[in-house]
Write a protein that binds this ligand. Structure first.
Ligand code: NAD
Ligand code: DAO
Ligand code: ZN
Ligand code: ZN
Length: 370
């Protein structure tokens, strides 16, 4: 079939919207009509060329929602008409990683997914002249139709609005999951969230759900205060306005350091501050941000010797097929909020405006509706 897609032809260039060829689903795969997709910072990271694993030409996008149109041979858990969210972290429920119960990093299709290919080592997308186009994070939601392995699709409530719950495909789950699955934050804790963007706001609402007593937000951009307060921030700190040592200021503000700190900036200097602002003896610092190629973190080992813990989280530690449908239900039941964070809705033709708004710091989430 043919479908419309925004294609990343090369790093550093705007996406080009064009007709592309899409082969039908092979065994274990599913053809999905994407109804809406968010534009995440990580798409920008890859498009910019900063992602060392970025491959081109490719169809980016990993925060979508849509409807199953056709199932390949052997697919048993989905049928045409089901509403789904594609998962860049699949859940096969059979590999050593899934069975460990200790991680969400299913490895069943890791190597081909990382090469922009389906599990059989080929791509379903091509240009009209036959040039192959690679998949991205196993999702490629910047196409109106895409093919996704069955194990990388979460079946969701069919009443959920695509243009809102697509955000659960990355940002919402990453932020809330970092609190619930990775930090396992408890009622009455104190927390600091560095970076109040599309991920950080969801960390805030995760902390509010978990019953945190104090939620400090840290950002250089004071335009973020209003939205962050709406999502549960109790105190705001602008590092550029702190006189003296930022760590000391945050430790004093949290009466000895935070039980949990979260980096949602991707800046390795911020990651160090976050670790050191965690409480001596038990504070945990969770890295969510993806740092530029070659960047390294550092701190004095004594920070860890004295009980602080450094952790990281991918997709909020969520097991996608199990957890994503539940998060969709939380949204439908009003337990979490998404709508105010969708600041812009665009047509596919205007997808590059979404990247411009992100660069200008003017959007939280831009969503493309097909
Ligand atoms: P964003 O651009 O919307 O937000 C980043 C925020 O950090 C902005 O508000 C910015 O003003 C603030 N900031 C930047 N530098 C700062 C500094 N030095 N001190 C304080 N604040 C600072 O980005 P986002 O979509 O929220 O993504 C955040 C990070 O999370 C990115 O690195 C992204 O790649 C990563 N991410 C990780 C996962 C994962 O699974 N681990 C998933 C999605 C995104
Ligand atoms: O299993 O080795 C692996 C890779 C898992 C990739 C997880 C990616 C998480 C962070 C990237 C940001 C997502 C938008
Ligand atoms: Zn993302
Ligand atoms: Zn697995």
């Amino acid at each position: 079939m043919r479908t419309r897609a925004a294609v990343a032809l090369e790093a550093g260039k705007p996406l080009e919207v064009m007709e592309v060829n899409l082969e039908g689903p092979k065994a274990g795969e599913v053809l999905v009509e994407i109804k809406a997709t968010g534009i995440c910072h990580t798409d920008e990271f890859t498009l910019s060329g900063a992602d060392p694993e970025g491959l081109f030409p490719a169809i980016l996008g990993h925060e979508g929602a849509g409807v199953v149109l056709e199932c390949g041979e052997g697919v048993t858990s989905l049928k045409p008409g089901d509403h789904v969210i594609p998962l860049y972290t699949p859940e096969c429920r059979e590999c050593e990683y899934c069975l460990s119960g200790k991680t969400n990093l299913c490895q069943a299709i890791r190597s081909t997914q990382g090469q922009g290919l389906m599990p059989d080592g080929t791509t379903r997308f091509s240009m009209l002249d036959g040039t192959p186009i690679l998949h991205y994070m196993g999702c490629s939601t910047f196409a109106n139709h895409t093919v996704v392995p069955e194990i990388a699709l979460a079946k969701i409530n069919p009443d959920a609005p695509f243009d809102k719950v697509c955000y659960i495909g990355c940002g919402v789950t990453t932020g809330i999951g970092a609190v619930i699955n990775t930090a396992k934050a408890e009622i009455g804790c104190r927390a600091i969230v560095f970076g109040l963007g599309g991920i950080g706001l969801n960390v805030l609402q995760g902390l509010r759900m978990a019953g945190a007593d104090q939620i400090v937000g840290v950002d250089l951009n004071e335009d973020k205060i209003e939205m962050a307060t709406h999502f549960g921030m109790t105190d705001f700190v602008n590092p550029s306005k702190v006189e003296g040592d930022l760590v000391a200021h945050l430790v004093e503000l949290t009466k000895g350091g935070a039980d949990y700190t979260f980096d949602a900036t991707g800046n390795v200097g911020v990651m160090r501050t976050a670790l050191e602002a965690a409480h001596k003896g038990w504070g945990e610092s969770i890295i969510i941000g993806v740092a530029p190629a070659g960047a390294e973190i550092s701190t004095r080992p004594f920070q860890l010797v004295t009980g602080r813990v450094w952790k990281g989280t991918a997709f909020g530690g969520a097991r996608g097929r199990t957890d994503v449908p539940k998060i969709v239900d939380w949204y439908m039941d009003g337990k979490i909020e998404i709508d105010p964070m969708i600041t812009h809705t665009l047509k596919l033709e205007d997808i590059n405006k979404g990247f411009d708004l992100m660069h200008a710091g003017e959007s939280i989430r831009s969503v493309v509706v097909y």
